[in-house]
Design a protein around this ligand. Sequence first.
Ligand code: PEP
Length: 247
Amino acid sequence: MRRKLAAGNWKMNGTHAALTEVEALMAAYPDPSVDLLICPPATLLSSMTERAANHPLEIGGQDVHFNTSGAHTGEISADMLADAGASYVIVGHSERRTDNAEDDALIQSKAAAAQDRGLITVICIGETLAQRDAGETLAVLSDQLTQSLPAGSTADNTVIAYEPVWAIGTGKVPTNAQIGEAHAHVRAHVAQGFETGDGMRILYGGSVKGSNAAEIFAIPDVDGALVGGASLKAADFGAIIDALIVA
Ligand code: PEP
């Protein structure tokens, strides 16, 4: 039985004033029956984990360096994330793949560093529109899974986020059939390649909002969502959480 997960990625949004949104979220869901995760900018990690100290809300980083420490200006290690109270970290988000030219090998090394430090890694994969139009979606997903999941990935330390690049922040959402096909493909791949792959959670990400969440969560092998824009406000994220709770 996979426990559902609603994960919010705040990206480069939010100062300390935005902590009121997290407080509102915690007040609305004092004992949620699904896992809740917010990945704020690094500047908010400690403040957020302090506020969530007596609440099941999990806090995560948005990226991590593959080295444990050293001369890497501007970077954050897995140990630093854990020290700030994070229990999760996103790796391989398409914005990092694009903005920072991150490839699967780098993502795999980041995920391994995070897993070694005991963080749960949310590993993002997904096709571009050109790849979908060329009929390459499933092959792209297979390649990304093969090359970016560390050998030690388990249901406990790994979450997969299927995020079609063309659906992120665009308001465009794949059809239910397209999401179902991708998730079934990812499930088969991880179930075959990893001993506990059947238990790995697979999130859908890309323009999820309150109005489309219920139908997305009804698709087999969708174990929750990774949410960008609609995770910034407690009311918007709450509508998605409500749909996940009853799915
Ligand atoms: C994301 O950034 O992972 C994402 C899915 O963004 P949005 O929900 O805004 O499309």
